[in-house]
Structure formats: structure tokens, C-alpha cells
Design a protein around this ligand. Sequence first.
Ligand code: ZN
Length: 506
Amino acid sequence: MNDAHPHYQALLLQLHTLDDLHKSAAVLYWDRETCMPVQGNAGRTQQLTTLNQLAHEMVTSTRMEDLLAAAEQEQASAAPDSDAACLLRHVRRQFEEERRFPAEFVRWRSEVTGAAGAAWADARERNDFAAFQPHLERTVEIAQLSAEVLGYTADKYDALLNQYERGMKTAAVREIFATVKRESVPLIQAISERLSTIDDGILYQDFAIDAQRAFCRHAAESVGYDFSRGHLAEVQHPFSTSFGIDDVRITTRYQPDFATSALFATLHECGHALYEQGIAPALARTPLAQGTSSGIHESQSRLFENQVGRSLGYWQRHFATLQAHFPAQFGGVSVTQFHRAINKVQPSLIRVEADELTYNMHIILRFELEQALVSGDLVVRDLPQAWRDGMQDLLGITPPDDAQGVLQDVHWSQAAFGYFPTYTLGNLYAAMFMDSAQRQDAGIAEELARGDVTRLLAWLRQHIHQHGSRFDAPELCRRATGQPLTAEPFLRYVRAKFGALYDLDV
Ligand code: ZN
């Protein structure tokens, strides 16, 4: 990136302005979730709609098209994996997709999802699916229209999945999820027959929120989250967000009677934030300065939440600190007892509270229902019953009400169809990265056994984080692990871990 490329430089300036618009919207979103009064929602929806519209106008302007075309010509001989070539490819694809959506549609989508978000929160609170139904019908319509606008060859769902996991095909996900389901269901059943093997009662006690806050901060620092470039806030639904490489924020939710909920939410969001904090500064304020896909993003959060955060090695290092924060609750508990408790497997109703093994069943259910909604095989009115049937089929339990069933997740109110499968893809990628990291550097396993993530984080920085969106997920995965996405490392990991914890012959 130098003076020899004036058109490319001019494009970069425009992309920086565009990035400022996106990051300003992120700040407004953060504020809405962390401290905005309820009555502020209508005004905030208007502000976000305006910012989104300005960004859309910029992307679809002839000025941007001219700058992009000139920059492409100027950089025609750039090496294919140079920053410039990666950026131009990314921008060309992104802009062409975005240009297909008329401004009117963008405004309508923003208004519908703004209202649907508020309606969903209210409907869930009151356990009233009927009140949410008309909103959900509109967001399904958004998804169906979006798929038509974006285009697809095999599956309509491909177009939606591609928004979050570029390069991934519905058929491939179906096949890999079928393997996960086939291998997980008997394992879950075998564990269900011996649920009493692990007692997690110690996790459900009174835990002072101040002590929880202090320990969550310790946990975030323990995995390398940089507080000089971050902030930990409290919200109803934990998330992380980036306003730039040097300001990446995380959130958590404290429950007074269940301390590990906030703890693992914190470690989860730390994984997302470490990714964003680790992007190469050369990519700052460009569309490459973000995680490359939702699945790769989730691999980082899952890796720190589960593979690190629920490992015995991690707790051998940090359990004494946890005991110091909660002497009455954990003073008489052994680290092994605690490690077993935080790894209890039990079919349950709520996705975000599910263990590592049953979690993917929650995702497979949503993946199947989404495809049916988008194709029109399932109408919104019949969704609550389809949900109950699916839970019974996959996990052997039925939610007593819709609040603990079909109304539990925010995603569909935001028309984010195609997003759910990326959670399980994240679990699979996380296991692949862990596997490759430890094969490539034997010192990583040694450190992890002592609860030290330094070398692991260095490996992730080098192979995943620094690249931002330079490569699509399949390419990044191939470069980091030498192979395409596979469920095998994940299945080996859960068989070994839960086989040992539950004394199973697997
Ligand atoms: Zn996540």
C-alpha cells in the first residue's frame, strides 16, 4: 500500500469512511444493549436505519464502483494473497451482493427487524407466541426474498448460509451434521442412563455478584484478553463487538444462584474478542478487519469456553483463585469435583445453557426448522409444535411452554436465518484447530496441562486471527490444518472426554 497506487489509496479512503459508519452503528447497538432505556428503542431503530442506509448508499454509489474498478486495474498484478488482492476480491463480492438489494428493501428490513426484536422480547417474557407470530412471518418473508435476491443454484438455503459462512454449502452441512447426530445421539443416550454419575449441585448456590465480576475479569485476563483495548459490561444476552482493533468489547450476564453461567459466557465472548484483537493492524478500518465467518468466529469462542475453559489443566491453575473468591461455596470442593460438575451432560431445554455434547442437537433442530420455513414446507403457525416434536426426537424432552421452546432465541426476530448452523461448525472447527495446534507444536499441550494458553494463543494469532477476512473459512481451515472441514477431531474429543468422565466404553 504506497503512493504508487493512487486509485487504490483513494478507494481505501472511501472504505475507511464506510468502516466508520459501520463502527458507529456498532456503538449505537452496544449502547442499546447495555444501557439504553426501553423507551429509546423507536428512536434508536431510526438512527440505526439511517446509518445502515447511508452505508448502503455509499456501497452502491457509482463513485464507489468507479474507484473499485480503477483500483482493480491498478492492482491487477498484485500477488493473489497480498492484502490488496484479498481486499479487492472481498470488496468486489460484498458490494455486488449488496447492490442487489434495493434501498427500499434495506429500509423495510431494518424497520421490520427493529420492531420484531422488541416484539420477540415481549412475547418471550409473556410466553405468548401468537403475539410474535406476525413479526416472525415477516422475517421469514425477508429471508425468502433475500435468498431470491442473492441467488442460489441447488438449495435456497445456500444463499442465506453464505451470508455467514461464505463458501459453505447446505448439502455439505447436512452431511456433516448427520454424522454428528449419528455419533452423538447414542453417546447422549448412554450418558442419560447414568446421569447420577456427576452431581453439579455445587454450581447452584448463592454467589455474590461483586465476587463474580471480579473472577470473570480474572478469567478474561487468564486467556489473554487485553483490557487496555477492551471492556466487560453486563447485558441480558451476552455478545461481543468491535469498534476497531483497539476497542473490542465483551459482555456477560450474572446469575446470583449460578456462578458458572457468567464465567463461561465471559470466556466465550473472550474467544470472539481475542480473534478481533488479534487482527493485523495493516487491515484496520477496512472490510478485512473482522473475523472471516461466523463459524470461524464461533470456533474461537468455543475453543476458549470449552476446550480450554472446561479442561482440567485450566482449573488446576485457576481453581485456588476461584476458591478465594467463593470460600464458602468452593472451599471444601476439590478441583476434580469442580471439573466434573462443569462438564455434566444432560439433555435440557435452553440452547445457551446446553453442555458441549447436547448443544449440537439444539443447532441441528434449528437448522432443520429453518430450511423448512425458508422453503415453505413449514408455516410459522405450525412452528411451535414442530419445535416440540424435534426436541422430543433429538433429546427426548419436550418444553412445557414456548418461552423455553421456540421463543428462546433472538436470531429469527433479526431475520438471521442461516446463522444457527455456524455454531456447530464452530465446535467442529475449534476441535480441528486444537488438534492441529497441538500436533504442530508439542509445547502447546504441555502448557495447556498447566492451564497456560500462551503458546496456543500465539498459534491462533499466527494461523487464524491475524488474517481477519483475508481468506474464506474453507481456505483458512485448509491453510491452518491442511484439510477441509471434518467432524472427526470433534467426535474424537467428545468420545475421549465424556467416555472418561462417564466411564463409558467408547
Ligand atoms: Zn459466540
